[in-house]
Design a protein around this ligand. Structure first.
Ligand code: SAH
Length: 219
């Protein structure tokens, strides 16, 4: 018997390896990220009706008007957060289905992830249990505020777009730590990397992206 985790056909290991080959062709270089994505069953994080599309390079509907980031976006954000090095603690804002959370969990010691929609958070909790991501701490709350009592973090990954970089999040980075997030600019949304330097912060604008907005409060 093949279990739901192993997958068959369009959700099989072979399909997953093809996805990883595509990510490589699209310029993802971090082998540790590619290795995790080759193993982790992405199909269990999406609606059963969409499972056969889980390994295509598209974003998928998540319910509640939210979207699951495409494999390329997940790989890119994780690669940028790691910056080629090892991370101990990471804060994620926007748990969604929990797939990005799970990728991070396989690469770092501890992931803290915040989601403002309780219904999504409960579903993510089930998915993360299924893939045995035990080093994840989920929190129902407004991620714009971060988790100051647990700061500083080696990296912060925000998977919803903001009009400007939330100051409170930047302040929760350790020295040389990185915040990776989509920010709305004159050229549309751009993936932005803010790094905490000795005398302040540096900011780099990367790829054009399309994320749902970062919203205040909880539901
Ligand atoms: N990485 C997720 C992305 C989901 S979309 C995935 O691939 O599934 C972005 C998520 O951010 C949504 O679930 C949305 O509810 C959440 N979000 C938006 N604003 C937020 C905030 N201020 N705090 C926490 N989560 C937020």
């Amino acid at each position: 018997m093949t279990g739901r985790l192993d997958g068959i056909g369009m959700t099989s290991q072979r399909t997953r390896l093809r996805m990883v080959e595509r990510l490589r062709e699209q310029g993802i270089r971090d082998e540790a990220v590619l290795a995790v994505m080759a193993e982790l069953p992405r199909h269990i994080f999406v609606d059963e009706a969409l499972a056969s599309r889980a390994y295509e390079d598209i974003s998928l509907p998540l319910g509640f008007g939210q979207t699951i980031s495409s494999p390329h976006t997940v790989a890119r954000m994780t690669e940028l957060a790691r910056g080629g090095g090892r991370l101990e603690t990471v804060l994620e804002v926007g748990t969604g289905c929990g797939y990005q959370t799970a990728v991070l969990a396989k690469l770092v010691r501890k992931v803290y992830s915040m989601e403002r929609l309780a219904a999504l958070l409960n579903r993510a909790r089930r998915h993360l249990r299924e893939v045995r991501a035990t080093n994840v701490h989920l929190r129902h709350g407004d991620g714009m505020l971060g988790m100051p009592h647990l700061a500083p973090f080696d990296a912060i990954v925000t998977t919803a777009a903001a009009q400007r970089v939330p100051r409170q999040l930047v302040e929760q980075l350790r020295p040389a730590g990185r915040l990776v997030m989509p920010v709305v600019t004159a050229r549309g949304q751009q993936l932005t990397v803010i790094e905490r330097t000795a005398d302040g912060y540096s900011e780099r604008r990367m790829d054009q992206v399309k994320f749902v907005p970062l919203l205040p409060g909880v539901e």
